[in-house]
Design a protein around this ligand. Structure first.
Ligand code: KIV
Ligand code: ZN
Length: 534
């Protein structure tokens, strides 16, 4: 196990910490699709989940370990509390991976010790050391996190880190669990660790941070300058509360400003060599995929992946960019995989052209997925003359979405207008195969459709978010609908794409209801674990 790296390692925790935000819950197949894309993106480590948390989490870690954790693939990691049963579950789930990592953690801040753990520093020190040694008995690659490190007493932190490295931790991760720290303070913590932990050279220093004050990315960059060599982040910055540090922002900051960061990694300032192993051209697609499958929308002005990130509205800017892109653009949109919205296919394109373009775009579909996607493509091509790469992505993302297929939309019909009462009729196929039709009046066509669907499905819920976005410009554009609904204290999301936004709205709603319905049928998580969302 090497503890030296000449690159900044990217540890993606979209499937663990990212998935913890309300409504972002993914099923196993969706996690697998995302994990495959993360591997294509080039992340070094995928934190695939928290194996002990539930049978579903265990299976997801295990499947990702088997299918994505190949010899040339990324390291697959499972989170585990510093508890034997958690560590055993993680080790078991990671067995199929060529390269597995157990990531174990316990809090070290006095506030957590006193109120949450009710343990003394001496007890926590002993547990941390023992549980790292226990994890080490299963695998060579062990990561340890002193939770709430950013608010921990530095002297105690040094002690815990020295002990856990001695016990076998190969990565020590410094979390800013509550998103409290500022960049210079975080840099100082990393510097202090390098100077005061005698065996620090035997481990890689990693950082993990939440974005409560909007500082996560800035904090990480300061940590890199002071010796951090692994960054724990999520796609689109999703995660608990204000989210985690965003992968795309970190990677592009390190890429665009590599001349600034090079000397901190001991490289000549002018070196053009990449600082991470990420294939930046896969960023945009990964962002879309995660947004579609989690139902977590990307704000238009989000750095790097927001729809406005490369748009120039002001006349002065447009004029400058036309004369020379460098006047107002610090990076090329193509660098993150944003193509020039090429018109690639049309209604006469055959299956071969369709398959070839999808392959060029990096989609690997099974025969049955390809067949389903091709049928959708033909339907769309009948309504929309020209199909661009963005349209293809929307079609395929929609088809590979793995929401449980319980209720199915068979028919949607609306009547509305300026002097009409919006009325909808829907026919749904039930999980038992029965076709049920109902109708309702609403304040608008979508409201009427949702009311009619509710009359059929009959699971009380509250719609808390509804959004329509057009995939491309033009009157015949595909519309993507993303919705979130609440059932008791849980949030479920749904997503669908269609040239008819009323149909997309119905499908997105049924998609979310299917997730709700499936959740009602599955068992509870083991006691105490839901409270352990970290
Ligand atoms: O935020 C946090 O402290 C965590 C740890 C488990 C690394 O997610
Ligand atoms: Zn976290």
């Amino acid at each position: 196990m090497t503890t030296k790296t000449d690159k900044i390692l990217i540890f993606d925790t979209t499937l663990r910490d990212g998935e913890q935000c309300p409504g972002a819950t993914l099923n196993i197949d969706e996690k697998l699709v995302i994990a495959k894309q993360l591997a294509r993106l080039g992340v070094d480590i995928i934190e695939a989940g928290f194996a002990f948390a539930s049978p579903g989490d265990f299976e997801a870690v295990s499947k990702i370990a088997e299918i994505v954790g190949t010899e040339n693939g990324p390291v697959i990691c499972s989170l585990a509390r510093a508890i034997k049963a958690d560590i055993e579950a993680a080790a078991q789930a990671l067995k199929p991976a060529a390269k597995g990592r157990i990531h174990t953690f316990i809090s070290t801040s006095d506030i957590h010790l006193e109120y949450q753990l009710r343990k003394s520093r001496a007890e926590v020190l002993a547990i941390a050391q023992d549980m790292v040694a226990y994890a080490k008995s299963f695998m060579a690659d062990v990561e340890f996190s002193p939770m709430d490190a950013a608010r921990s007493d530095p002297e105690f932190l040094y002690q815990v880190l020295e002990a856990t490295i001695a016990a076998g931790a190969t990565t020590i991760n410094i979390p800013d669990t509550v998103g409290y720290i500022t960049p210079s303070e975080f840099g100082a913590i990393i510097k202090g660790i390098k100077e005061n932990v005698p065996n620090i050279d035997q481990a890689i220093i990693s950082v993990h941070g939440h974005n409560d004050l909007g500082l996560a990315v800035a904090n990480f960059l300061e940590a890199v300058k002071n010796g951090a060599r692994q960054l724990e982040c999520t796609i689109n910055g999703i995660g608990e509360r204000a989210g985690n540090a965003s992968l795309e922002e970190l990677v592009m900051a390190l890429h665009v400003r590599r001349q600034y960061f090079n000397p901190y990694l001991g490289r000549p300032e002018e070196s053009q060599e990449s600082l991470t192993n990420i294939d930046t051209r896969e960023i945009y697609r990964t962002s879309r995929l995660v947004s579609n499958l989690t139902g977590m929308l990307v704000q238009p002005n989000k750095a790097i992946v927001g729809t406005n990130a490369f748009a120039h509205e002001s006349g002065i800017h447009q004029d400058g960019v036309l004369k020379n892109k460098l006047t107002y653009e610090i990076m090329d949109a193509q660098l993150i995989g944003l193509t020039d919205n090429q018109i690639v296919l049309g209604k006469h394109s055959g299956r071969n052209a369709f398959r070839t373009r999808l392959k060029e775009l990096g989609f690997e579909l099974s025969d049955s997925e390809l067949n389903k996607a091709f049928v959708r493509f033909k339907e769309v091509a009948d309504k929309k003359k020209e199909i661009s790469d963005r349209d293809l992505e929307a079609i395929v993302n929609d088809e590979i979405q793995q929401a449980p297929d319980l209720f199915r939309v068979e028919l949607v019909q609306v009547s509305c207008g300026s002097n009409a009462r919006p009325t909808a009729t829907v026919t749904l196929r039930t999980p038992e195969g029965q076709e049920l039709t109902d109708a309702a009046i609403g304040t608008g066509p979508v409201d009427a459709v949702y009311k009619a669907i509710n009359r059929v499905v009959n699971v009380p819920n509250e719609l808390i978010e509804f959004s329509v976005q057009s995939v491309t410009a033009g009157i015949d554009a595909i519309g993507e609908v993303t919705i979130r609904l609440r059932y008791e204290s849980r949030v479920f999301s749904g997503h669908a794409a269609n040239t008819d936004i009323i149909v997309a709205s119905a499908q997105a709603y049924v998609n979310a209801l299917n997730r709700l319905y499936a959740a009602l049928q599955t068992q509870q998580k083991p006691e105490g674990v839901s409270a352990q969302k970290v």
